[in-house]
Design a protein around this ligand. Structure first.
Ligand SMILES: [Zn+2]
Length: 447
């Protein structure tokens, strides 16, 4: 017998016709007599699972096309024309208009749609990742936050051509590529994963496995925006390398070697030229600073509004001496100085020592860094790309190293913790008089 209408209906109708003793029927879809259709209706097991079709080369969901032949769709699998059935009773679906053995699985079609959607949206999520580096005394973690890979071009795996050699979607942004695998019903097979890892330095996997086989665009689209669904398959990107390098660099920098510190027992200057002029300008503000200290808080000029010379005079006033009496220790060479750019060591070192170097309060590098960020707006723009779990950054390191130098020079006391970032410091001088005596015992830098 020959049946020329929809493949999905044929089985049921064939059975029916066989049981009715009717052997040769030649019908075309649309010519099915009403009686046959009516008989067919009550126990409908026509395949309603085809929810996706191709129109103008784009994959469309049944909800996105017009009813009937007008949809102009073809089957994703066999490229034959499809009709969109969007009636009131049955689930909306596509059906082949001619007899066919084609019976695409809904999983396969949904998977195809998801891949195409990624390619159309031209974006994927690169999950956060962590780099860990450990050195003798240091452990550093760097976390790169999740980000969106905004592509300019996308290639979707064509089923016909060596599927195992191509990722589901390949996104291009300039020279960089991101391979995307869509995990819907089947995990990436290990052999394919191995090939992808071997071929693409940068590959991710998006897990849609919990979505129904016939998931709609309304389910798939938000799922693609959900961060926890994305995992790295491979990440040997430049970014990774760069970060790794940075962590390694920092792990070397963060804890200056003790033998280096021995050298720092005697402070050294940045340059042969001492900041003579800056010191003299500060000296000119000594009286002003004393007056400022005597004023009630509400009348005092705000620190942020002061000139550098005024700030210097204030720092010195808290330390119980005047700028010309300052030892080299408070204008010494610290490796990371460049982080503070235009802020001369004389200014930030006297600030730090006046703020933390007198009294009874124990403090750590992170406390100093936090205070410095409030005081020096310059630091606000210094955003280390590296964020370590222990909070160490280029700026923290600057203060940390200065504190170690002051310790080596007898101006602070260090309390060792298990790790560098757990070390704390406390002042040697408990009062203004004590700190003045401590500093005056050292030779003034500018005489
Ligand atoms: Zn087909």
């Amino acid at each position: 017998m020959v049946l020329n209408f929809g493949e999905a209906t044929s089985f049921k109708v064939a059975l029916f016709l066989q049981f009715s003793g009717c052997d040769i029927v030649k019908l075309k879809w649309g010519q099915i007599p009403n009686w046959l259709y009516a008989l067919h209706m009550p126990d409908d097991y026509e395949n309603t699972s085809i929810q996706y079709a191709l129109r103008d080369g784009q994959i469309r969901h049944i909800s996105e096309v017009e009813h009937g032949f007008a949809c102009g769709c073809v089957c994703i699998e066999c490229q034959q024309p499809l009709i969109a059935r969007k009636g009131a009773i049955r689930q909306h679906h596509f059906a082949h208009t001619a007899k066919t053995n084609c019976n695409p699985s809904p999983e396969k079609l949904t998977h195809r749609y998801a891949k195409n959607l990624i390619a159309t949206r031209l974006r994927a999520i690169e999950p956060a990742f962590e780099v860990r580096a450990a050195a003798a005394e240091v452990e550093a973690w760097a976390r790169h936050p999740a980000s969106t890979f905004e592509a300019q071009k996308a290639e979707v795996e064509s089923l016909a051509f060596m599927p195992d050699f191509k990722p589901d979607v390949l996104l291009h942004k300039g020279a960089s590529k991101l391979a995307v695998e869509v995990y819907f019903r089947h995990r990436v097979p290990p052999e394919k994963a191995a090939r992808i890892v071997g071929r693409y330095a940068h590959a991710v996997d998006v897990d849609l496995s919990d979505l129904p086989a016939n998931a709609s665009p309304e389910e798939i689209s938000p799922a693609l925006d959900s961060l926890p669904r994305w995992k790295w398959l491979n990440n040997h990107s430049e970014l990774f390398g760069k970060l790794q390098q940075q962590v390694e660099r920092c792990s070397k920098l963060y804890i200056p070697k003790l033998k280096d510190l021995e050298k720092k027992k005697i402070p050294t200057s940045y340059s042969i030229q001492l900041p003579r002029q800056k010191v003299q300008e500060g000296q000119g503000k000594v009286e002003w600073a004393e007056g400022w200290r005597r004023q009630p808080l509400e009348y005092r000029r705000k620190y942020a509004e002061m000139t550098p010379a005024e700030k210097l005079a204030i720092h010195c006033s808290f330390l119980g001496l005047t700028p010309v009496e300052l030892p080299l220790n408070l204008m010494q060479n610290v490796r990371g100085q460049s982080v503070l750019g235009q802020v001369h060591g004389l200014y930030w070192q006297t600030w730090m020592f006046a703020r933390f170097g007198v009294g009874v309060k124990t403090f750590g590098a992170l406390d100093v860094e936090r205070a410095a960020r409030q005081t020096y707006t310059e630091l606000a723009s210094v955003r280390a790309t590296l964020q370590t779990a222990n909070g160490f950054s280029e700026t923290t390191e600057l203060f940390y190293e200065f504190m170690l130098q002051l310790t080596a020079q007898g101006l602070l006391e260090q309390h060792k913790g298990q790790r560098a970032w757990l070390h704390t410091f406390s002042p040697v001088a408990k009062s203004r008089a004590e700190v003045a005596a401590l500093l005056r015992a050292l030779p003034p830098a500018i005489s």
